[in-house]
Every structure is written in structure tokens, then in C-alpha cells.
Design a protein around this ligand. Structure first.
Ligand code: GLY
Length: 383
């Protein structure tokens, strides 16, 4: 467990607010997985099958149980995890998120049998989508008409699949899963990581030869820009890769490179704009969800490095966490009457204008995970 800093009361206060929001959301009896909320009303827009984000809602419930040992959160988490079960069959790389955060973390943190069984099932099915020529798992989709196109595309967003696959390789005694996770992460270094440590979100490849045919973006400002969430997903993906494959020094080297780029290019107030390359900055939306992912990743990187580097990444992470909590976690002032515990000003899709100043479920998840680490309640390398 890492050293508990002097701000532990501050982090715990923020966690209490987040827990209140998790409880309120669970009591809303939502018909689907909460995904995006309007921070003025706190009302969630939901997705019935979980889309790519459902695991983060379940993950928040697992984290709340980890912190409190309150059975209410356990019952809720198990209920929502079961609702993810049909998604083991959906042909998308995003099962990496759904079944790591929605299931496996409960097995890792407190040996939950549902989390274990569902996490292993999700990992086994995810590995079936691996393309041996391209040495990666394509984005995939559930939409039959678009399936062909999405089997030729990939993005940096789900390099973190290495976590689910590596964990499951042990549980299933199947080393192939570990190799697939490593190959997927390795191939994205060539496809998506630029020399300076910034990140291309997406790439297209020939399904038969595996050769790269184009680099582009699904959600960023332009094909050459650095979309904040792409950078943040790379930080998370390679920090997790370094944790799960400590014998491969390249993963730690890439994790540092992408994290260093973030720290060199983030605004002085620590909160990223939605795309680092948008020429209209500062008159564009922020993305607190990207910033929260970056924060959780920096805490992992700090724990993976030694002495001076460790302190450098830890200090950077604490500064980001304070900026998020003080300015974006409701209430942000004494006169703020909105519901407490919402991480505001996440940008779902700056390209289409969808939900550009909202609470986003994965932003909440990564802020909550990071606060637990900072409060000394969670080992940064546990999950
Ligand atoms: N596709 C994952 C994201 O929008 O961040």
C-alpha cells in the first residue's frame, strides 16, 4: 500500500460525496446502465445493454462495496453485473472494459464469485475476436451491417484489454489469453503511438495481411490531432500493460512516454481540453473524464517507478486530483445547489456535439478509483 499523504481527510470528503451520488443513482431504479447525466438535474441518460460504458457503473458499485463493506452496494453490483452477461457474446473489443471493471475487479479485490465467473467468461469470448494476421483485437460492433468495416479498424481506447486477458489467463490456466493481450498492446505501439509520445486514436488495417492502411480518429478533432481521451486511454493501457507484463520493459517505457507527453502539454490548471490540437482552445469544452483517466494512470505509473520518478508522478497526480475535486466535483462552491458527487464537464463527443459538458460514468469511475488510492484505501496496482 502506498504512503498515505497529509490530504487524506480531503480525499475522503470527496469520496463521501461520490458515494452519495452512487447511492442516489442506484436508488433511481434506472431501466438501463447510467452513461451521461445533465449536471444541472443529475438525471441520467441510460443505455439498456451497457454500450461500452456499462462496466464502469458496475465498477463504481464494486468500489463502493470495497470502501464500505456495505451489502447494499454488493447486492446492487451483482445485480448490474448479471445484466452484462449477454454482452459476453457481443463482438467488440470493448468487452475488455465491460468485464474488467464490471466483473474481474470484484474477483481481484474481494474474491467475488460472480465477478470471477463473469470476468473469465468475458475474457474467453473476447479472445475469440483476435485477428492473428493483424495481431490485435479489432473494435468490432454489434451492428451486423457495420461488422465488416469495424473488423478492419482498431483504436487505442481498449489497449487496457490486456488487464482482463492477463488476469483471466491465470484463472483459466490458458497462456494464450496472456499472449493475445500482450500482442494487442504491442501492435498498438506501432499503430498509434507517435515518436513524441502523443497518440493517434485509430487505425485501419488489411484483415488478411494485417498491414496498416490508414491512421485516423473516431472521436477527435482531426485525423492528425491528439484527442484527449486517446492520450488518456494510452496512459491507462500501457500502465496496466506494465503492471500485468513486468517482464516486458517496452510497456513501462511507453507508459512513461505517453504520460510525460500529457504532463508537458496539459493546461496550467491541469484539466485537459477535449482535444489538445483544437485551434479554438481555450474556447472549447474541457474533458474531465480524460483527465480522470490520466490521473488514475499516473498513480499506477508512480507505483511502477522508483524514487525520483515515483515522487514526480505522484505529485503530478495529486495536483490533478485536487483540481478535479475543487473545481468539477459538485458542490464546487458554497452556493452550488446541484446534487453532490458528480464529476462535471466531461465531453462525450466533441466531434458531434453530444454531451459536451456532462457527467460521464467512466469519469466518475476513474476519479473514484484514484481517490481511493490517494486515501490509502486501494493499492494503485491492485486493479
Ligand atoms: N470509445 C471510448 C471513448 O469514447 O472514450
Amino acid at each position: 500500500m502506498h504512503q498515505i499523504g497529509p490530504d487524506v481527510a480531503f480525499w475522503n470528503d470527496a469520496l463521501v460525496r461520490m458515494q452519495e451520488r452512487i447511492t442516489d443513482s442506484a436508488k433511481m431504479k434506472l431501466s438501463g446502465f447510467p452513461q451521461v447525466s445533465d449536471p444541472q438535474t443529475g438525471e441520467w441518460a441510460t443505455v439498456s445493454n451497457g454500450d461500452w460504458t456499462g462496466g464502469f457503473w458496475v465498477g463504481l458499485l464494486w468500489l463502493a462495496y470495497h470502501r464500505t463493506h456495505d451489502d447494499y452496494f454488493l447486492i446492487q453490483a451483482e445485480h448490474w453485473a448479471e445484466r452484462l452477461r449477454p454482452r459476453t457474446q457481443s463482438q467488440t473489443v470493448f468487452r475488455g472494459f465491460l468485464f474488467y471493471y464490471g466483473a474481474a475487479i470484484a474477483a481481484i479485490l474481494f474474491d467475488n464469485p460472480i465477478g470471477r465467473e463473469l470476468g473469465l467468461a468475458g475474457a474467453r469470448e473476447l479472445a475469440e475476436l483476435y485477428n492473428t494476421h493483424a495481431r490485435l483485437i479489432p473494435i468490432g460492433t454489434q451492428a451486423p451491417k457495420a461488422q465488416e468495416a469495424y473488423l478492419r479498424e482498431t483504436n487505442i481506447d481498449c489497449v487496457a484489454s490486456i488487464a482482463l486477458l492477463s488476469w483471466a489467463a491465470g484463472g483459466l490456466d490458458n497462456d494464450e489469453l496472456r499472449q493475445i493481450g500482450r500482442a494487442h498492446a504491442t501492435r498498438h505501439i506501432e499503430l498509434c503511438i507517435r515518436y513524441d509520445g502523443s497518440v493517434h486514436q485509430s487505425a485501419r488495417f488489411d484483415r488478411v495481411t494485417g498491414k496498416l492502411t490508414a491512421r485516423f480518429t473516431h472521436k477527435g478533432y482531426s485525423d492528425e490531432s491528439t484527442w484527449a481521451r486517446a492520450q488518456a486511454w494510452a496512459m491507462l493501457g500501457y500502465a496496466l500493460a506494465a503492471k500485468y507484463a513486468p517482464d516486458e520493459p517496452l510497456f513501462l517505457e511507453v507508459a512513461k512516454r505517453v504520460c510525460d507527453w500529457w504532463l508537458r502539454n496539459a493546461p496550467p490548471d491541469d484539466i485537459a481540453y477535449w482535444d489538445f490540437s483544437d485551434p479554438r482552445i481555450p474556447n472549447v469544452p474541457r474533458d474531465t473524464s480524460a483527465t480522470a483517466i490520466a490521473l488514475a494512470s499516473l498513480l499506477k505509473l508512480s507505483a511502477l517507478t522508483k524514487t525520483e520518478e515515483r515522487a514526480h508522478y505522484q505529485t503530478a497526480a495529486e495536483s490533478i486530483a485536487k483540481a478535479l475535486v475543487n473545481n468539477f466535483l459538485t458542490p464546487v462552491s458554497e452556493r452550488d445547489e446541484r446534487l453532490p458527487g458528480m464529476l462535471t464537464e466531461g465531453c462525450f463527443n466533441g466531434r458531434t456535439g453530444q454531451a459536451i459538458k456532462h457527467e460521464l460514468i467512466w469519469g466518475d469511475y476513474f476519479l473514484c478509483e484514484a481517490l481511493l488510492v490517494l486515501a490509502g484505501t486501494l493499492d494503485p496496482l491492485a486493479i
